[in-house]
Every structure is written in C-alpha cells, then in structure tokens.
Design a protein around this ligand. Structure first.
Ligand code: NG6
Ligand code: CA
Length: 519
C-alpha cells in the first residue's frame, strides 16, 4: 500500500471517527441546546392581576415566582385585545389583521389556521421537538359543519401538535366537552352531540325557556343552552356523558399537562407544551377549595386557583429534574374584563383591586390595557432575574424561538427578540400594529396612535372604554401611561409620521378589515 493510500485511509478513519463521535454528541446536545419550552397562556388575565407588577391587590405568589426569578416585562403585548386573534398571532407569527376571519370565533367555526401554514408548533416539531397543547384552543376546528361524533379534523394535530387535549372554543361556548387528538373524550355513541349557533334543537331547555334551571345568571348574551346550571353561548344537544365539570376543569387540565410532562421527560427529544389555561375567563367556576379565598368573588378565586395550578406545575418540572432545562414563557391572551356576561359578583367585590393596573381600557380595547399584558420569561439557571422595559410581543415568540433552537422562521411579522427574552438585551421591537375587535392602532417607540373609529366610546355592558373616537388620538406612553392627554392636535408632525408608517405597514390589508359591532 502506498504512503498516500495509507494516509488517505487514515484520514477517512479519523473523519468517520469524528463523525460518529459528533453525532453522539449531537444526540446529547439536542437536549442540552434545545431546552423544553412551555408557554403558559392565561385567558383575560390583566396587567394588574399579577402581584409581581405591584399594581393590584390580589396576591399571586406562584405566578410571581416566574416574574421575580425570571424576567418581568413591563412592555409585553398580546397581539390583540381578544382571544382568537391573539392565539392566531402567537401560533403563526402573523398579524391577525392580515386574516379577516381572525375574530372571536363561535364553537362551530372552521379551523382558522391554514394547514399549509408554517406554525410555531410545526417549526418545533420539524426541529426535533415533541409538541403538545393542553387547554383552550378557540381557533376553529374542521372545515365547517363538523360532526362531533367522528374524528374532528383538521385541528391542532394538523397544524403542528403531536398531542392535543383541548376545549374547542371558550368555557362559555358549546360544545362543553374535551377533545383529545380529535376525539370527544368520554362520548357515548348512543347519545350523539349536535351543535348549532343559529337555532335551538326542539324541546331543549335554554336560559330563556327554563330560568329555574340556572345556578349562574346571565347578564348579557349567554342565554342559550344550559350546561351544569350555567347558560352558554350556542345550542347543544346530547353528549351528556362527555360534558365537562366546570369546577374540576383546572384540576383536569393540570393532570393532563402534568402527565404530558412526565411522559416527555423520559423521551430523548425535548418538548414544547402550550398550556392554555381557562382562567379568569367567564364563566368563573373555582373548585370549592378556592371559593371565597380571594374575597373578590369568583374572578379573584379562579385567579388564585390558576396560581395554585402553576405552583403544582412547576413542582412537576422540579420533580422530573427538568426545571433547569425548560424555558417557560408566561402571558395572557388579552387584558382584563370584570363583567363579561354573567352575574358573578366580580364588579361588586372587586374592592381596591385594579386588574388593569394603571393602564386605560381593558379587554376589547385599543387602549393599553387591551393588549399590554403580564409577560414573563423564566429559565432557572440560565435567565438572570430582572425587569425589562423592552417592547416585546407574543407575535415575536416564533422567530425568537427559531433563533434559540437554530431553526428558520418564515413568519415575517415576527421578530427575533431572543436576547431580550433571555434578558441579555433591553432592546425590543420599535413598532407594532395592535388589534382590537377588528380595529387597529399603532405603537412606535413611546408613541401610540389610534385612528378614528365609529361606534361607542364605552362598551356598555362590560363598561370598558374601547378607544373609539371621531378624532385621531396620539399619546406619549412615557409621560402619560394612562393615556389621558390626546396630543394629536398639539403634535401634528408626530401624528402624521405615525399615520404614514402605520398605513405603509398595513398596506392593502386595510381594506380586508371590517370593524365588528360588539353587543
Ligand atoms: C364575547 C362574549 C364574552 C366572551 C368573548 C370572548 C357575549 C355577550 N360576550 O362575545 O363573554 O366570551 O366573546 O372572549 O357573548 S375571548 O377572551 O375568548 O376573546
Ligand atoms: Ca381571552
């Protein structure tokens, strides 16, 4: 054998050796470099509802742990002031106003996310993650005209989740059943489920025909089918054995989420869990263990219940020895609302508590409290505790997570702000188009511009200022966080500058938006 041949064989052997060693390392690294990722997503939890922000009076010690031992964002935003559009933006990295169907959906709406669309869970799946969702979905299911007694698809499992255990829409909308991987849990085939949002099924009781059956009274809306003594939105027939127990919902989702984590911690692969909790959305149904605990009625009680759940969930991560290998992101889909359609003493017992902190507005509003929400990132041993004023939004999670795990995000509205999320930088985005019930506003730096919109200034039943005005509004959030002084007239240059940029970003999509009327 010539010297040359020996040398090349030797090189080949080294290369093979290196390669096999590298792939071994990669396997190990896969878990080390790619942390588990958990998004804990609350429903209607306000900026002032988390005690770490020190702007309300409720005490949430377990949530505070994430905020105080991780990073507490003071300028963290949902993408919308309502649920469906925010969730759409979170999972797709796309502005919800680009999709005219991204509005609060009925329980019978078809799947809002195109199955061909690249989503956050799909990106994680393609990059070696096992992905799961437990909790509220509210992004539509099927293709229209769903048969709830067969496999329901497309749904979460067709847009990137390996495992799903969901409630279809909201706790106040039918169908009031859990769906696991596309199948209604506990369905008795001899009692099929039917759902209709237009008309009732003959002979079925509703809140209007059978008020004596109600254990919770409706204030506005919510007067269709009655389930567990609670009147809902939409009509449902059958499926009795499958109906959820409202007071056990928090424990139930916790059990499923905990099981998911326990199963996954044995796996070679890292996991992604989207834990979409239902509190404190209406109907607020605390487990009896939490009734009366807050002194603020069921709204406060379910927040304490959620706080306990988070404590238990963290314990599981600790017990499995994976807390230090798990990035937890905590936020809420939109701002707070006190009366959202039931008589539940939320208004009467609110006392000094200010769920909106010192922000103006609330759920449904273009003012700050609609979209500025509690926002924390926590990663024991990796993220140093701190407070960040960086301007970050939920839409940015997709590109940021892509950066973290070495993936490529194609979501063009989503910015890579991972350094801000990890507390390595205080620099966030510079601008963002907010959405609230199909209206939009624009924040750039410390300025926010709200275009004129028709409609009521205050949404009567819920008593929230929507941000509607005949005039343009311009606020300086640095000097006037509570948005009390409209500077549109006194600072026309700034106003024009923001309008120009806003129109540039919105481009042709503007015409797709039809402001919806709220009842
Ligand atoms: C509204 C409901 C409200 C709530 C909301 C969705 C009425 C009168 N009000 O239409 O109770 O369900 O939709 O909330 O029906 S969200 O957080 O899921 O966006
Ligand atoms: Ca919500």
């Amino acid at each position: 054998m010539s010297k040359l041949k020996i040398a090349s064989l030797f090189t080949l052997a080294v290369v093979i050796g290196l390669f096999s060693c590298r792939s071994g390392e990669l396997k190990e690294d896969n878990k080390a470099e790619k942390p588990n990722i958990v998004i804990i997503y609350m429903d209607d939890l306000g900026y002032g509802d988390v005690s770490a922000y020190q702007s309300g009076t409720l005490e949430t010690p377990n949530m505070d742990r994430l905020f105080n031992e991780g990073i507490r964002f003071t300028n963290g935003y949902a993408s919308s002031a309502t649920c469906t559009p925010s969730r759409y933006a979170l999972l797709t990295g796309t502005y919800p106003w680009r999709n005219k169907n991204a509005k609060i959906l009925p329980g019978t709406a078809p799947l809002l996310i195109d199955t061909a669309q690249y989503t956050l869970p799909r990106m994680l799946q393609e990059n070696g993650y096992n992905t799961g969702i437990v909790g509220k979905w509210h992004l539509g299911l099927g293709l229209g005209n769903v048969d709830w007694n067969q496999e329901i698809k497309p749904g979460p499992n067709q847009v990137g989740f390996d495992y799903s255990y969901i409630l279809a829409a909201t706790q106040d909308r039918v169908p009031t059943v859990y769906i696991e991987d596309g199948r209604v849990v506990g369905l008795d085939p001899s009692d099929p489920i039917e759902v209709n949002y237009q008309e009732n099924f003959p002979g079925e009781p509703t809140a209007l025909t059978h008020p004596e059956m109600l254990e919770m009274k409706w204030h506005h809306g919510h007067n269709n089918s009655i389930v567990n003594g609670i009147p809902r939105i939409g009509f449902m027939k059958g499926g009795d054995a499958a109906k959820w127990s409202d007071v056990d919902m928090a424990d139930h989702f916790l059990e499923i989420a905990t099981q998911f984590v326990r199963d996954q911690s044995k796996s070679e692969k890292p996991f992604f869990l989207y834990y979409a909790m239902q509190q404190p959305h209406v109907p607020r149904t605390p487990h009896p263990r939490f009734v009366g605990k807050s002194g603020m009625g069921p709204r406060g009680d379910v927040i304490l219940e959620a706080d306990w759940v988070i404590g238990e969930f963290l314990k599981t991560l600790e017990e499995e020895g994976i807390l230090e290998n798990t990035l937890i992101i905590f936020s809420s889909d939109n701002g707070p609302v006190i009366n959202d359609g039931y008589y539940d003493e939320a208004v009467e017992k609110l006392g000094d508590h200010t769920p909106w902190g010192s922000l103006r507005g609330g759920k449904y509003s273009l003012f700050e409290a609609g979209t500025r929400v509690p926002f924390a990132t926590y990663w024991k041993g990796t993220i140093q505790p701190g407070v960040s004023n960086a301007f970050v939004t939920q839409i940015d999670l997709m590109s940021s997570i892509a950066q973290l795990i070495g993936a490529t995000s194609t979501a063009k509205d989503s910015q890579d702000l991972m350094d801000a999320f990890l507390g390595k930088s205080q620099t966030g985005r510079t601008e963002f188009v907010l959405e609230a019930t199909s209206r939009t506003a624009f924040r750039q730096g410390e300025w926010v511009m709200i275009p004129p919109y028709p409609g009521p200034e205050v949404l009567g039943n819920v008593n929230i200022e929507l941000g509607n005005s005949k005039e343009y509004q311009l606020y300086n959030l640095k000097k006037d966080l509570g948005q009390q002084t409209n500077l549109a007239e006194s600072n026309p240059e700034k106003l024009q500058e923001l309008i120009r940029r806003y129109e540039e970003i919105k481009g042709e999509s503007e015409s797709a938006i039809e402001p919806v009327e709220l009842k």
